[in-house]
Design a protein around this ligand. Structure first.
Ligand code: SAM
Length: 284
């Protein structure tokens, strides 16, 4: 890289716990730019001190992101260069930076990623779950009904599902998972990755609740929760979404009408829906 880069916005990944996880290139870039934007200057200073990076720091957090982004990019227009870092891991991955990058792209500014640690990628790589197709869902909603609705929508997804979760909601989240998904589905809970108390629990959904309840440390620290994707469906099975639509319609219509409308809405076979509707009506 150039000794004195001009007008470039670097997105620099920083460690997610272990301070040694900063790349050589990240150090070079942070030492070369004119200034560094970060979430919290007090948080980033110890990391930068450790690598003898003595550059002006400016705060870019959720509350000032849009207004501050334009001003920072004006400075790049005048020939300065900057790096964006977050408190941990890759900027923009559930961290500030999107308005800045979007505006930079709109203005034709060079945006250069400097890759490194990212909790979801670290967790996926060590999970033992299928890694080639995955869906990252970020933080699940805070309330149980909203979490269950989200999980119902993902129940048939064949991809590995990845969530971030906080220590005080991890047990409630796993309980919601158990109430929506089949008990034998595999779950991986990756806690405190790269830190002294790193723990990776691999088990079934049913086992996970007991393990978390039995170990007080399993509700402390930072978490990535991963779920095995849904197994392939036999051709004649209705998906969870098709069943959901059918159940809603059955609350208002006859078995025949519900099956007919559900077929139009979901494109599933009418005969299958009719059989399922008969069974659901029997259970009422
Ligand atoms: N930008 C970060 C990244 O690249 O992973 C994520 C930032 S997000 C605000 C913070 C969340 O990431 C935490 O609440 C936790 O769910 C997850 N996380 C971050 N560091 C972690 C770690 N060392 N172990 C497990 N999860 C972690």
């Amino acid at each position: 890289m150039a000794d004195n880069p001009k007008g470039i916005l670097y997105l620099v990944a920083t460690p997610i716990g272990n301070l040694a996880d900063l790349t050589f290139r990240a150090v070079e870039v942070l030492q070369a730019v004119d200034f560094i934007a970060c979430e919290d200057t007090r948080h980033s200073r110890p990391l930068l001190d450790r690598y003898n990076i003595d550059k002006p720091l400016t705060a870019l957090h959720e509350h000032n992101e849009v207004a501050a982004s334009a001003k920072l990019l004006d400075r790049l227009g005048q020939g300065e260069s900057m790096a964006l870092i977050s408190d941990a891991g890759t900027p923009l991955v559930n961290d500030p930076g999107f308005p800045l990058v979007r505006l930079a792209v709109e203005r034709g500014v060079s945006v250069v990623p400097v890759p490194g640690a990212c909790a979801l990628v670290a967790a996926l790589s060590a999970s033992g779950l299928a890694p080639s197709r995955f869906a990252f869902e970020g933080f699940p909603p805070r309330t149980s009904p909203a979490r269950r609705t989200l999980l119902e929508g993902l129940a048939d997804d064949a991809r590995t599902l990845i969530f971030y979760e906080s220590s005080h909601r991890v047990l409630a989240f796993v309980k919601d998972i158990a109430s929506v998904l089949p008990p034998q589905r595999r779950i991986v809970i990756a806690r405190e990755l790269t830190k002294i108390h790193e723990t990776i629990v691999r088990c079934t959904i049913t086992e996970a609740i007991g393990l978390i309840e039995a170990d007080p440390f399993m509700q402390k620290g930072e978490f990535v929760v991963l779920l095995e994707g849904a197994p392939p469906k036999p051709k004649d099975d209705l998906t969870a979404e098709q069943m959901r639509v059918l159940k809603l319609l059955l609350e208002e219509c006859s078995v025949k009408t519900a099956a007919l409308l559900a077929a139009k809405i979901t494109r599933a076979r009418k005969e299958l829906l009719y059989q399922a509707a008969l069974m659901l009506a029997d259970k009422k």
